[in-house]
Design a protein around this ligand. Structure first.
Ligand code: LMR
Length: 337
């Protein structure tokens, strides 16, 4: 027979467990230190890779014994196709996809993909810091995602496995790997090329084996992935931007103890400032390294060439203006000096 004492004990154990569950979600209470997995797809020696490592260093310094940050670069833990789902399932706590990889979650963010919208990364920075840009960080909370920061990479260049890459006509009929973005798809269609959405980790092999003829990316991604070794020409188009939003799972973030959330927020702000200051230099350095390697030719473009690319890509703006909103496009345009 169950004694009165053991019934009472069980009752109080259940009351205590209930109170703990209310105070802190189970996944937080169960772990000391709290493990923060940060997964991304690029190499360590890139703007995003360096900022992620800086975040780890700062977070662990500010929250000794309370937090352990594990950074997984180069799609080691999750690649493009899986990382968002993994974040929403709680298998990873931080990811920093390029701004071109969110259009399933908010159409507004497509503004960043409009070709020739931003003159340079300083303009991108000004827009991200503006009320309109900051608003986008919170535009996916209804989907369970909180944007914690924008991280810079840089402006995109266009590369192919052909000797001639100067004018829009040169890419007609060519196959290009693109990030999973409808705007980028429309951009290559406007050029008469064939875009193919593909995860970042697969690009090198696709270029090497000729599955695609070309791609668009920043100098740092081209260099760290060795794309210049399997491409013949890189045209300095600066026609768009690859930047990132660091996102977390809203439920996890809101369930963190307040001091931990504060420490992580501070570490994020400092890592953001650190990485965003480095990004331009890393890209410039990697451009020089690509030049020195002498494998792919870097094609400089005249003002007239650039105007031709801009004109060829122009139809994309009209196509997406409705989804993005004219107000947001105008706010972005205002960021150009
Ligand atoms: C790409 O897929 O080309 C980039 O978004 C990769 C990255 O994260 O910089």
């Amino acid at each position: 027979m169950t004694s009165m004492l053991s019934i009472r004990r069980r009752h109080w154990a259940a009351v205590l467990a209930g109170a703990m569950a209310l105070a802190t979600p189970a996944w937080v209470a169960a772990q000391t230190p709290i493990i923060v997995k940060f997964s991304h797809v690029v190499a360590d020696k890139t703007p995003k890779g360096m900022a992620a490592l800086k975040f780890k260093e700062l977070a662990e310094q500010k929250l000794p014994g309370k937090v352990q940050v594990q950074v997984f670069p180069s799609s080691q833990l999750f690649g493009d196709a899986k990382e968002m789902e993994a974040l929403l399932l709680g298998d990873v706590q931080l990811i920093a996809p390029s701004l071109s990889k969110f259009d399933r979650y908010t159409k507004k963010i497509q503004v960043f993909d409009l070709p020739f919208l931003f003159d340079d990364i300083a303009a991108v920075d000004a827009f991200q810091s503006s009320p309109a840009g900051q608003g986008l960080l919170k535009s996916m909370t209804n989907r369970g995602l909180i944007g914690l920061a924008y991280w810079h990479n840089g402006m995109k260049q266009l590369s192919t496995d052909k000797d001639q890459l100067k004018r829009p006509e040169d890419v007609k009929g060519l196959k290009f790997r693109i990030q999973p973005s409808d705007v980028l798809e429309a951009q290559f269609r406007a050029l008469g090329a064939n875009p193919q959405k593909m995860a970042f980790a697969e690009v090198y092999q696709a270029l090497q084996t000729g599955v695609v003829d070309g791609q668009e990316n920043t100098w740092s991604n081209i260099y760290s992935q060795k794309f210049h070794e399997v491409q013949k020409t890189i045209a300095e188009t600066n026609h768009g931007v690859i930047d990132y939003m660091v996102v977390t799972n809203a439920k996890w973030w809101d369930g963190l103890p307040a001091d931990v959330r504060k420490g992580l927020s501070e570490a994020m702000a400092e890592a953001t400032a650190y990485g965003n200051k480095l990004a331009n230099d890393i890209n410039e350095d990697d451009k020089k390294k690509i030049e020195a390697a002498g494998k792919a030719k870097i094609q400089k473009l005249s003002k007239d060439d650039i105007a031709a690319w801009r004109k060829a890509m122009e139809p994309v703006w009209k196509k997406f203006e409705g989804e993005i909103g004219r107000d947001l496009i105008d706010a972005a345009l205002k960021s150009n000096k």
